[in-house]
Write a protein that binds this ligand. Structure first.
Ligand code: MCN
Length: 687
């Protein structure tokens, strides 16, 4: 058995690695940890057999709250003498950071722990034949998984094949996990094919959770609304075994300045372990937390200075002619027009009219309160400037096969990557097949996360298409006995001919047929890797309008206006779908979703009755405002759009709820801003 795995973050005091054993031994640290494996011939038999496993537990003290964990009263790893697993204090702490500010506001933004919750939970099949492991995974990252599996099981790369078939959603949560490594190990140990499918409840406690972050903030500026300094203390819950979750706060730090020009920013990061499911990336991963905190802080600052929240934002936005712009935390943004996005969103919303209606309702003593919330956001995609593999192969019938190291699990690369190739070759989209997710059919790749696929995988596919077209022009020239320099490709119909003479011409199918006959077709199969210099920074502005019942606290999202700029858009329809999904996820965090534990570490959320995800019925019809500012970072001009909706929507909706209640003296409502939390806030404010 792989003895220990996922040695991820060293605990600081004693450098004791916080290893997670594949199967818990000695101590179980969270509900959802594997304690035994049952193998059976059928699902029914395995369920019966699992019911016969009895474990005697001696109850240990537990800690589920980040602040209590930071106090180290209860320790998860005794030898480490601390629960702190990652600590990044400010480099140059300045006690006087906010000293010169006329107005300083402070608060805490809690970004509740939530689930990625793909509708398809995880399922794995593994078989080991002739020394080679073939494993079917519900994952976002087949090639990375292959490398980790090989390492964990001591197998050479050529002895591992990962196949990711159609995957029913990932939302940041799916990648190789302990269960998958065990499947590979079991297939080898037993010499039999093995299969595992988790139940919904197992999924909800064992696949990593997201967010789980609190930020104490202090924001200072002048009385006329100019921001001058921001101090943050970020506390990140890493869950029971520190992994990627511990590092989410680093992404939050990178985006701490948001769309604003704030001259001084100081960030202090602490990540702690708690007796909860380990955390990791969930759609947005670290960036929503930054925009949630900033957009709340700006609204509080606006209330304190008596300025309109839109006006405070406008006075501090980084100017469109200031790019590339490096923020006070050292992040360099590629290009943006933040004021343009805000103006468009406000105009579409009819902001002034909404404010008048709000005033009118308040004057009339209406119990149905209107709230208007804004957010202007920027986020980072392809955050560590990764590259991606792309290949294009012309087939005998004149169609094309595109191979990509990106892996679509709902994002529609089958459409958009085919479009990218079609635009450059003139081959019809229907005749282009996108191949991904099989490590034996695609030689390398990084997978899909951080909304990076289009800007790197798409760019690589585009580059490979252009290489194939260049080679095809030479070969077509040979066939037509023409000068290669004179050869053109008519992209409207996919035919090669000499400039100014449409006949004689060769369509892709003609050329491919002739080359096949000559044994030359392989020359139209070319591959490349595209690696950009830096990440890209999509941005936008959202306006949310809510109605809150002042008597019951119930809230209804009435309108959601979203202006999201992801550079050049490849497929408007797919991009729209991505924004819709992202908005729903962001709205869900603001109003509905929350993972809860009791103080002993018992999950209170392990089915869809106790964990609320909204459906289309709870959503208004989204109002999109289109905006495209191409990035110079890649030849497509594209930034990522897969997470934008999630990042912008949460603070806009959260702000709208608090805005509806502000005249009652309510200054804060914890997320999720559901009926219960709103009603409590109204009562506490004496309303
Ligand atoms: N697109 C476009 N023009 C652009 C940018 C993107 O037409 N300028 C298109 C793309 O070509 C692609 C889609 O929009 O078809 C998303 O592309 P991109 O923004 O590059 O993001 P990725 O493909 O890398 O997807 C990742 C992102 C993340 S990180 C999560 S989490 C997420 C998401 O996408 N999980 C999803 N969207 C999801 N959608 C579904 N249905 N299921 C998930 O699990």
């Amino acid at each position: 058995m792989p003895a220990a795995m996922f040695v991820i973050v060293d605990m600081p005091s004693t450098r004791t690695p916080a290893c997670r054993k594949a199967i818990a031994s000695g101590t179980v640290r969270f509900a959802g940890e594997i304690v035994a494996i049952v193998l059976a011939e059928s699902r029914e038999a395995s369920v019966d057999a699992a019911g016969m496993v009895f474990v005697e537990y001696e109850t240990l003290p537990a800690v589920t709250n980040i602040r209590e964990a930071e106090a180290d009263t209860v320790l998860l790893f005794e030898p480490a003498e601390s629960n702190t697993c990652l600590r990044i204090p400010p480099q140059d702490p300045d006690d006087g950071l906010l000293a010169g500010c006329e107005v300083v506001v402070s608060g805490t933004n809690e970004s509740p722990r939530l689930l990625a919750l793909p509708i398809e939970p995880r399922a794995t099949v593994a078989e080991f034949e002739d020394g080679k492991l073939t494993i079917w995974l519900s994952t976002q990252t087949p090639h990375q998984d292959k490398a980790v599996l090989g390492g964990a099981l001591g197998l050479e790369p050529e002895h591992v094949r990962v196949i990711a078939p159609d995957v029913g959603g990932g939302f940041g949560g799916k990648g190789l996990d302990v269960e998958d490594i065990l499947m590979g190990w079991l297939a080898r140990e037993t010499g039999r094919a093995v299969r595992w499918t988790e139940t919904r409840s197992e999924h909800m406690v064992s696949m990593h959770h997201g967010r789980a972050q609190e930020i104490d903030f202090e924001l200072g500026g002048t009385r006329d609304g100019k921001l001058q300094a921001l101090r943050l203390k970020i506390l990140q819950d890493a869950g029971a075994y520190p992994g990627l979750g511990a590092f989410l706060a680093v992404l939050t730090q990178m985006m701490a300045s948001g769309v604003y020009d704030i001259p001084k920013i100081e960030v202090d990061i602490t990540a702690v372990v708690t007796n909860t499911t380990p955390t990791g990336p969930v759609r947005g991963a670290g960036r929503p937390e930054a925009s949630q905190m900033l957009e709340r802080a700006i609204d509080i600052f606006a209330a304190e200075t008596g300025l309109d929240p839109a006006e405070v934002r406008r006075r501090n936005l980084i100017a469109a002619d200031a790019f590339p712009f490096t923020t006070a935390v050292g992040t360099t943004y590629d290009v943006g027009d933040y004021a343009g996005a805000l103006d468009r969103a406000l105009e579409h919303a009819g902001y002034d009219e909404l404010r008048r209606e709000q005033e009118q309702r308040r004057r009339d003593g209406s119990r149905l309160l209107l709230g208007i919330g804004l957010s202007v956001y920027v986020e980072i995609t392809n955050g560590i400037s990764e590259g991606e593999f792309g290949a294009v192969e012309i087939t005998e019938d004149g169609g094309a096969i595109v191979r990509t190291g990106s892996f679509s699990h709902g994002q529609g690369h089958e459409t958009t990557f085919a479009q990218i190739v079609a635009q450059r070759t003139g081959i019809e989209v229907e005749n282009i097949q996108v191949v991904a997710g099989d490590t034996d059919r695609v030689p390398r790749g990084t997978g899909t996360y951080g909304s990076k696929s289009t800007q790197i995988g798409g760019a690589a596919a585009g580059q490979a298409s252009e290489m194939v077209v260049d080679r095809a022009k030479q070969l077509a020239a040979e066939q037509l006995e023409a000068n290669p320099e004179d050869m053109v490709l008519d992209l409207d119909v996919g035919r090669f001919h000499v400039t100014g003479a449409p006949e004689p011409a060769l369509a892709w199918a003609d050329l491919a047929g002739r080359l096949e006959a000559d044994g030359q077709l392989a020359e139209l199969s070319l591959e490349t890797d595209f690696k950009p210099e830096q990440p890209t920074f999509p941005f936008g502005a959202h306006v949310a309008v809510v109605e809150v019942d002042a008597d019951t606290g119930s809230v209804r999202l009435v309108r959601m206006i979203a202006c999201d700029d992801a550079g050049t858009i490849i497929s408007p329809m797919i991009a729209e779908g991505q924004v819709h999904g992202g908005l729903a996820a962001g709205i869900a965090q603001a109003l509905y979703e929350e993972v809860r534990y009791d103080s002993e570490g018992t999950p209170q959320h392990s089915n869809l009755v106790t964990y609320c995800i909204p459906s289309a019925a709870e959503m208004p019809s989204f109002e999109r405002v289109v905006m495209e500012t191409p990035t110079p970072v890649n030849p497509l001009g594209a930034k990522g759009i897969g997470e934008s909706g999630t990042i912008g929507a949460t603070p806009a909706v959260h702000n709208a709820v608090i805005d509806a209640l502000s005249h009652l003296g309510v200054r804060h409502v914890g997320m999720p801003a559901n009926g219960e939390n709103i009603w409590r806030a109204i009562v506490e404010a004496g309303g």
